[in-house]
Design a protein around this ligand. Structure first.
Ligand SMILES: Nc1ncnc2c1ncn2[C@@H]1O[C@H](COP(=O)(O)OP(=O)(O)O)[C@@H](O)[C@H]1O
Ligand SMILES: [Mg+2]
Length: 507
């Protein structure tokens, strides 16, 4: 018999009705054991943050009971939670940008604070290394996240709530972050890991509670969980993580890139002599660890960044350094990787954003170039319905939408241009399972209808799952181009790490 596991947290029948009447949690119960990493999985809006803010004493539940290490608690504020050893790192970093890491860690300590371990010792024990003297505004989001965790641990947290901690981390940062979490677990800390990413939850947790629309839809040990089962619990229906893909019937070339060279903003070379072509009826994928030139490559092809050398041909026409609007009128659409900078104008309304780039279409204009409000309204309402965009009203600023809904506005708008070639950069980053599946199926449908897709993604599963052919970019060069069916995930991984295809024995 294994020893009885000690219960760290018990939440029983927790409900929450927000003042505006939203029922965010409906009798949620869960048990978390000491020393485990417990995953809280759910789509956007499922109630994850609400549940954890209640546990942290940030907001009060409408009903229900909370026990911490066997004792019933009722928190007046998060100060009470911190006192008994609960710490929370919020979804959006709450550090002061102009202060150093060290200043941030010390900031707001109560005057009677007694440290249990010195900061130095804590850093040694946990292995969480951060540049203490650097200002938060000068460090990456991954490092800022670590500073927050240190800050919470320094205050004596035994139970650590992490709300979507990996949102802004690169693949490498996530790997490192997970080894930190495993360290903390070894030290006996209890960790609550909130996420909507199946893979991460499967990778790092011991037990999982799945929330859907404010209710627990399932709870199970991670060892018994499969991605399919978890996706179903999250979304409430069968989700096809592996898309049905018929064989491709590639046609003529639509895009040809010849020996392209592109610089970064700082003048260094981001892309060093890349050549490839994309044909009608295929999805051509570009894989690679972020920061290896793929963003600059896409920007150069779509007219957002100068190509210094080389040529781009679209439908046989030389369009090197052409204006984006010209490319669009020729049948190219672009889902940019950064929806907040390039994809949307955040202060403009959802309706206005929905016609960006197509606003000159005759449909949306009346004589004298006056906007036809009714036509725009019809258009945006169709997008909202088709893409299930959650928005209070069509005149709400794009800024007020959640990240997932912002992305759907961009995707919907670009698809509504009925392009012959769509260039999709990180099209599903930050999206939940349902929206991800939908967008992937749209890309496949385009390809099945004989159109072309150029897909850039740092998600290996996405590139491998969708692409007919795949190229891997490393430090501005292609390590190889291959039919996806004749290359393994491992080989792609090695190329992402800088091995050329010839060096790892693929023909
Ligand atoms: N402060 C708030 N006031 C009103 N409704 C809220 C508030 N915070 C969250 N909600 C609503 O409660 C539900 C759950 O949200 P949340 O807990 O943030 O979900 P998750 O973290 O799983 O994305 C959503 O419908 C959300 O719109
Ligand atoms: Mg949340």
């Amino acid at each position: 018999m294994p020893p009885e596991k000690e219960v760290a947290i018990e939440m029983v029948n927790i409900s929450k009705v927000y003042p505006d009447g939203v029922l965010a949690l409906d009798k949620v119960s869960l048990t978390i054991y000491k020393g485990e990493i417990h995953g809280i999985l759910g789509e956007n809006g499922a109630g994850k943050t609400t549940l954890m803010r209640i546990l942290y004493g940030n907001i009060k539940p409408t009903g229900g009971k909370i026990k911490v290490f066997g004792k019933e608690v009722s928190f007046g504020s998060s100060k009470d939670a911190i006192k008994i050893g609960i710490g929370m790192v919020h979804q959006h970093p709450s550090l002061v940008p102009v202060f150093t890491a060290l200043e941030n860690i010390y900031l707001g300590l109560p005057s009677n604070f007694k440290e249990q371990v010195s900061l130095k010792e804590l850093i040694e024990r946990t292995g969480i290394k951060v540049p203490l003297e650097e200002r938060i505004e000068d460090v990456s989001l991954g490092i800022a996240q670590k500073v927050e965790i240190l800050k919470v641990l320094y205050r004596g947290a035994e139970i650590l709530i992490l709300d979507e901690p990996t949102t802004n981390m690169t693949v490498e940062e996530v790997k490192e972050f997970f080894s930190t979490l495993r360290n903390l677990k070894k030290m006996g800390k209890t960790i609550i890991f909130i996420s909507h990413k199946l893979k991460e939850v499967l990778d790092i947790t011991d037990n999982i509670t799945v929330l859907r629309r404010g209710k627990v839809s399932g709870s199970l040990p991670t060892s018994q969980a499969t991605p399919e089962e978890l996706a179903k619990l999250m979304v409430g229906r069968e989700v096809f993580l592996k898309l049905e893909k018929q064989g491709s019937r590639p046609g003529e070339k639509i895009l040809r890139v010849e020996d392209l060279w592109v610089k970064r903003n700082d003048g260094s070379w981001a892309v060093k002599g890349v050549s490839f072509e994309v044909r009608y009826g295929e999805i051509f994928g570009i894989a690679g660890v972020e920061g290896n030139g793929q963003s600059e490559l896409i920007e150069a092809i779509t007219g957002l960044r100068r190509a210094e050398r080389g040529k781009v041909f679209f439908k046989g026409e030389n369009v090197t350094n052409a204006h984006p609007l010209k490319l669009y009128t020729m049948g190219l659409a672009h889902i940019p990787e950064d929806r907040q900078k390039t994809g949307l104008i955040l202060d403009m309304s959802v309706a206005e954003n929905s016609i960006l780039g197509i606003h000159r279409k005759r449909d949306f204009l009346r004589p004298m170039m006056i906007f036809n409000e009714n036509k725009i309204k019809e258009h945006v309402e169709r997008l909202i319905q088709q893409y299930e965009i959650v928005v209070s009203k069509i005149n709400a600023p794009a800024r007020s939408l959640s990240g997932g809904n912002q992305q759907k506005v961009v995707v919907g708008r670009e698809f509504s241009k009925t392009p012959d070639l769509i260039i999709a950069s990180q099209p599903t980053r930050g999206l939940d399972v349902g929206a991800t599946e939908y967008i992937r199926s749209l890309l496949l449908k385009m390809r099945n209808n004989g159109k072309a897709v150029l897909l850039m993604s740092s998600d290996i599963d996405e590139v491998m799952g969708l692409s007919d052919r795949v190229a891997v970019i490393y430090e501005g060069e292609f390590m190889g181009i291959s039919e996806t069916s004749s290359v393994s995930e491992k080989e792609i991984g090695m190329m992402m790490g800088g091995y050329k295809m010839g060096e790892i024995g693929i023909k």
